[in-house]
Design a protein around this ligand. Structure first.
Ligand code: PMP
Ligand code: GLN
Length: 435
């Protein structure tokens, strides 16, 4: 908010409450006394909230969990009018052909519940797409389920399988929903931590995490936040590890099309030994530049899909009907998804070029729409403090990568999202040159 507007609100009388005034003033304007008073009143308020919960006998299922880093950073970016390269979403419009198809679907009467497992045409289009891309066939009736985005698909797959005490192996840094979901279900999170610059998986160490309780491994390639990808060799090592076990796989492939430099996406679907034990999760948000639509899908062999749908039907039952119809018509033209890799590869290259005369060290980015960078040569403050300062002092919002580790491991790395207009990236780079 501009200083002038802020001042006007502050002096405009009784419509603004005292603590709101505090929020509206800049850090420099807040005196030490006010900060202490503010913190004190927050603590008193918090105490009363906890006291009320105690009186109601509510035990938090996720006591250590706060608001997601994506919401926190996007909110801070808005408050400080910073360029938002934090949360992963495009700042440009999706294809108008697609929004026209949604209007058409609404006019054509797709306004009541879709079938529980999803729009029949859309499931067929997805089955065709998978056949073309990976040369495998999934039955659209029994093996594909349309979900309210990737996150719901992940939640549902875990809820369908994980019993209290079951162990799930994840690779960190990891998308933030995995660990809390596992914990919510009474499962145990087993972590294999990856390190920059290439975040490669040490499969021998993964094997050491196996116990009789190991129920699932969550894969994510291309990976958020690191932009790393799994190779064919990784997949072969994984096959060796899981063969002869009853370990299932949840393969988060929401960035399957965002893969660069001529690399091939190594989907679990390409390997029969993995396919038969895998839930594969996809997101239309990433594929169609429409994260706000919150639509995705889950592909799994019939036996696994049966369990998935038992949960899905009581979780959301079915998802947005006109959009499913529109997406089906849109994706029926393979050109509409084949272009996406080169589109984002150009963005990645442009962003890296823009960043080349800043003091950030760019890590490799082989996939996804995230570029990680080390600020080791700039300073050694905590990545959470550094990214907060980038917003307040330099006007650019990013994500501190420690937020993707349960132990908040801090390698002094932050994540930029480059799914933005070129002009946005240019403005951000200009500001980042001052850091
Ligand atoms: N998995 C990963 C790795 C993600 O980055 C995201 C966020 N886009 C999701 C799953 C969830 O996707 P959706 O927005 O469709 O819920
Ligand atoms: N996947 C997105 C990201 O990593 C954000 C998803 C969300 O906000 N929940 O930025």
């Amino acid at each position: 908010m501009a200083a002038e507007t802020r001042k006007r609100i502050l002096t405009s009388g009784n419509s603004v409450l005292p603590w709101q005034k505090l929020k509206l003033t800049s850090n420099a304007q807040i005196s030490g006394t006010l900060i202490i008073g503010y913190k004190l009143s927050c603590n008193v308020l918090r105490f009363f909230c906890y006291f009320r919960l105690y009186m109601l006998n509510i035990q938090s299922k996720l006591p250590g969990v706060g608001t997601t880093i994506f919401s926190v950073m996007s909110k801070l970016a808005a408050e400080h009018n910073a360029i938002n390269l934090s949360q992963g979403f495009p700042d440009y419009a999706c294809d108008p052909k697609l929004t026209d198809l949604v209007s058409k679907a609404m006019k054509d009467g797709f306004n009541q519940y879709a079938p529980m497992a999803g729009n029949t045409f859309l499931k067929e289009v997805i089955a065709n797409k998978i056949e073309k891309l990976y040369n495998v066939s999934y039955n659209p009736d029994t093996e594909i389920t349309i979900t309210a985005g990737g996150t719901q698909a992940i939640f549902t797959a875990l809820a369908a399988i994980i019993n209290p005490g079951d162990e799930v192996i994840i690779f960190e840094p990891a998308y933030d929903s995995y660990a809390p979901t596992i914990k919510l279900l009474g499962g145990q999170v087993k972590i294999h931590e990856l390190a920059p610059p290439d975040y490669h998986i040490d499969w021998d160490k993964v094997k050491k995490l196996f116990t009789p309780n190991t129920r699932m491994i969550i894969l994510n390639s291309p990976q958020n936040p690191t932009g790393s990808i799994l190779s064919e060799a990784d997949m072969k090592l994984l096959i060796k590890l899981v063969s002869g076990t009853d370990i299932l796989i949840l393969s988060d492939e929401v960035y399957e099309h965002l893969i660069y430099d001529g690399q091939k996406h190594q989907s679990v679907m390409l390997f029969s030994e993995l396919r038969e034990r895998s839930f594969v999760v996809a997101s239309f948000g990433k594929l169609l530049h429409a994260t706000g639509w919150k639509l995705g899908y889950c592909i799994a062999p019939e036996m696994l899909t049966k369990e998935f749908r038992k949960v899905h039907q009581f979780n959301v039952f079915s998802v947005n009907s006109p959009m499913q119809q529109a997406i089906a018509e849109y994706l029926n033209e393979p050109d509409n998804y084949n272009r996406i890799a080169s589109f984002f590869e150009k963005k990645r290259d442009y962003f890296r070029q823009l960043m080349s005369d800043t003091r950030f060290d760019l890590l490799p980015c082989k996939g996804s729409y995230f570029q990680c960078a080390s600020y080791n040569t700039i300073g050694d403050e905590k990545d959470t403090d550094f990214s907060r300062r980038l917003i307040t002092e330099f006007g650019v919002a990013t994500i501190p990568v420690s937020a993707f580790y349960q132990k908040a491991t801090d390698h002094k790395i932050i994540r930029f999202c480059f799914a933005k207009e070129d002009s946005t990236l240019e403005m951000a780079a200009e500001k980042l040159r001052n850091v």
